[in-house]
Design a protein around this ligand. Structure first.
Ligand code: AMP
Length: 413
């Protein structure tokens, strides 16, 4: 019989248990830091009206939004990021939400991007944002929470590259025109980190700048001075505990999305060249653009998938202490009920327990435990069942002991 060849869509992935556990470990670390910084959880739907999603990110990013008509003929889009849906929430529920609302959001986003290393079409982002404050302290809180989230996972060298969109606006304004908008120039400048400089020059020339203007623009960016606003944010970030060496003023950092208005920043783990591990900044006009309500905002999205990949390579994720602790075996038909009752008691004692459901040979059941790296096995034969006892086998040493269940529970706890 021939089997059908099944596959997932390009850029969409399955996570088998071992990988999923690694993801859960990192997610717990990130969430712990978000909670410590006082952020509150939020979720939004996967699908939104296209009118909410489109027209906020810029021409190039809009092309990567998955959009379609539903059966009722409505134009819908899949979540492209968590910022725009949250901006809708802010506008929709503003009366219910506290002043200076700070939320975190850990959901999947979808982009019709070109799949490659560290770049997927469905991936997870971890966002934190503070709404309703223009204070540089809000920017510094986002920077500090980002730094400590990455530190909590254990990455050894965390660099936050910072710039101020206002600096870029001031420097690049003379090069914009009716035909070539400031944001279009910024979208191309953003590629300086990802593409050779010659490609960036070529693109700016194609967009309408002369070669001389292009060189002048790039020189002006490199010579740009740090703004007072960014200086203040950096000082406050240090007061919040971020080491000076982690904060790097990068005048060429542009960030691709149109909605940024002030401080912008990216997380870099210098050993890993697959791109940034997070990107964010201040976006004071987005909610106004959506709803006409003025709510300033600042935040960041971490690229969770890249975080897991780097943490795995750096061996930051412990292999022990997670997963099933005990396998309860089945000796034969007459002892099945006793095995089930014992599994129930172990679970009641908060011991992670799997019961082998079939009546296979004991040897096969032990091999199963070994393969799954379950550290302990319980054997309940007819004699043990009668005497209210169990045999505990330590899979690492091979040692066996026959004991009352209570003692086994105490040992395993
Ligand atoms: P952005 O929302 O584009 O500012 O991206 C924020 C972070 O998400 C980036 O720094 C990346 O770490 C991550 N990211 C962006 N695009 C992708 C992608 N296609 N696949 C995986 N991670 C991504």
């Amino acid at each position: 019989m021939s089997t059908k060849k099944l596959q997932t869509l390009k850029g969409f992935r399955d996570f088998l248990p071992e990988e999923k556990r690694r993801r859960d470990f990192i997610m717990a670390k990130v969430k712990q830091t978000f909670e410590i910084f006082g952020f509150e959880p939020l979720e939004t739907p996967t699908l939104e009206y296209s009118s909410v999603i489109l027209g906020k990110y810029g021409k190039e990013a809009d092309k990567m939004v998955y959009s379609f008509k539903d059966k009722g003929g409505r134009n819908l889009s899949l979540r492209y990021d968590q910022t725009v849906p949250t901006a809708r929430v802010l506008a929709q529920y503003q009366a219910k939400l506290p002043k200076c609302f700070r939320r975190y959001q850990l959901q999947n986003v979808f982009r019709a991007d070109k799949p490659q290393a560290g770049r997927y079409r469905e991936f997870t982002q971890c966002d934190i944002d503070i709404f309703g404050s223009t204070s540089p302290l809000a920017d510094a809180e986002i920077i500090a929470c980002t730094y400590f989230s990455f530190k909590n996972v254990g990455y050894p060298n965390i660099i936050l590259r910072l710039n101020d969109r206002q600096v870029l606006f001031d420097v690049l304004k003379p090069f914009s025109s009716k035909k070539l908008s400031l944001l279009s120039i910024i979208q191309t400048v953003d590629k300086l980190d990802k593409k050779p400089k010659s490609d960036v020059i070529k693109e700016l020339v194609t967009k309408g700048l002369t070669l001389k203007q292009t060189n002048q623009a790039l020189k002006a960016i490199n010579q740009a001075k740090i703004s007072d606003n960014l200086k203040q944010i950096i000082t406050l970030s240090q007061s919040l505990g971020v080491p000076e060496k982690a904060l790097d003023f990068s005048p060429s950092l542009a960030r691709g999305l149109d909605y940024y208005t002030g401080m912008i920043f990216e997380v870099i783990l210098p050993k890993y060249k697959i791109g940034s591990f997070g990107g964010g900044g201040r976006y004071d006009n987005l909610i106004n653009q959506l709803s006409g309500i003025n709510i300033p905002a600042v935040g960041i999205a971490f690229g969770f998938d890249r975080m897991v990949e780097a943490a795995t390579e750096m061996k930051l994720i412990p292999a022990v202490g997670i997963g099933t602790q005990v396998l309860v075996t089945i000796f034969d038909k007459t002892t099945t009920k006793a095995s089930a009752q014992i599994a129930q008691k172990l679970r009641q004692a908060n011991i992670s327990t799997e019961i082998y459901p079939d009546q296979d040979k004991l040897d096969k059941q032990l091999k199963f435990a070994n393969k799954k790296a379950i550290p302990f096995v319980l054997i309940i034969g007819p004699d043990e069942a009668k005497a209210n006892q169990v045999t505990l086998k330590d899979m690492a040493t091979g040692q066996q002991q026959t004991l009352p269940l209570d003692q086994v529970i105490n040992k395993l706890k």
